[in-house]
Write a protein that binds this ligand. Structure first.
Ligand code: F6P
Length: 327
């Protein structure tokens, strides 16, 4: 007999397009199964404070297409302490909550796993981060939307770069991995892509830019992952190239947090809807300490500790494609 009568849902870490769609799915899956649902505002901070809101199928109408998260997100120092987690546990029990769906990245899942270990509190994670750096899923929520957002922006930068025969360094997000940079670089036809997983080196970068010029390219785009380790940030790269290749006029665009905004793509809305249902139904089946993920178009479960410890690998075949495309 299922003993879970009320499920809480929260969002944590960097927000991502699709989080609202995932919240909507969790709430509606609870309603479908006759289970109560509450939303936790501001992630673990709000859990400690008991900052909750009752949610029903109608509460989440009209949000599937909204970026961000209406439950807000926050990073909580207090939840890193046992005392903070105990307060959070007491808040949930006072609200008669039996299980938790936690939407976020690896930091969110680490907190959820420790919380489960300390209080034996059922939890299922949904991977929500634009970085796509979570093991156990081919796509995290928000990743597809961000790729489309950034490709569109780079196309716009290409217009002005070609009008002025300029080289642009475009820095994109992705924390310590290069999935965003590699995919948008190929998608936008960048002349070079700098990612943490491959150390191109300054000399090879200069050689590549010289080759571009010699091949008749009058403008170039170099996409730089924010975690890239070429040893210089994009502004230093600009100065370095201008010093060594005076024939180039160089500009920099750091795209920043606009990469996290915008209406989620259809892919992310569908993925969010599938993950929310799987998370709720896994809890109702008595499962806990898993992350839901996408693999070969199937929604599957990965143990949270594997999702946290695992590494998301850069796509070597795509790196080879990008090298060929810049011939
Ligand atoms: O993890 C998502 C992300 O956008 C990273 O790509 C980026 O490095 C980081 O969050 C920025 O964090 P904040 O929003 O706290 O500045």
């Amino acid at each position: 007999m299922n003993k879970i009568k009320k499920i809480a849902v929260m969002t944590s870490g960097g927000d991502a397009p699709g989080m609202n769609a995932a919240i909507r799915s969790v709430v509606r899956a609870c309603a479908f199964h006759g289970v109560e649902c509450i939303g936790i505002y501001r992630g673990y901070e709000g859990m400690i404070d008991g900052d909750f809101i009752d949610l029903n199928a109608r509460s989440v109408k009209g949000i599937i297409n909204k970026g961000g998260t209406f439950l807000k997100s926050a990073r909580s120092k207090e939840f890193r302490t046992k005392a903070g987690r105990k307060k959070a546990y007491e808040s949930l029990k006072a609200a008669h909550v039996d299980a938790l769906v936690s939407i976020g990245g690896d930091g969110t899942f680490t907190g959820a796993m420790i919380f489960n270990q300390e209080f034996n509190f059922p939890v299922i994670g949904i991977p929500g981060t634009i970085d796509n750096d979570i093991f156990g899923t081919s796509h995290t929520l928000g990743y597809d939307t961000t790729l489309n957002t950034v490709v569109d922006v780079i196309d716009k930068i290409r217009d002005t770069a070609s009008s002025h025969n300029r080289l642009f360094f475009v820095e994109v997000m992705g924390r310590d991995v290069g999935h965003i940079a590699l995919n948008v670089g190929v998608g936008a036809g960048a002349e070079e892509i700098l990612i943490p997983e491959e150390d191109l080196g300054l000399d090879r970068l200069l050689e590549s830019l010289v080759r571009s010029k010699e091949s008749g390219k009058s403008s170039s785009i170099v996409v730089v992952a924010e975690g890239d380790r070429i040893g210089k940030n994009v502004f230093e790269l600009k100065d370095y190239v201008e010093e060594h290749l005076p024939e180039y006029e160089v500009r920099v665009s750091v795209l920043g947090h606009m990469q996290r905004g915008g209406s989620p793509s259809c892919f992310d809305r569908v993925l969010a809807s599938r993950m929310g249902v799987k998370a709720v139904e896994s809890l109702l089946e008595g499962k806990s300490n898993y992350m839901v993920g996408l693999s070969s178009d199937t929604i599957q479960l990965t143990p949270l500790d594997k999702a946290i410890k695992g590494q998301s690998k850069i796509n070597k075949e795509l790196i080879r494609v990008s090298d060929i495309m810049t011939t």
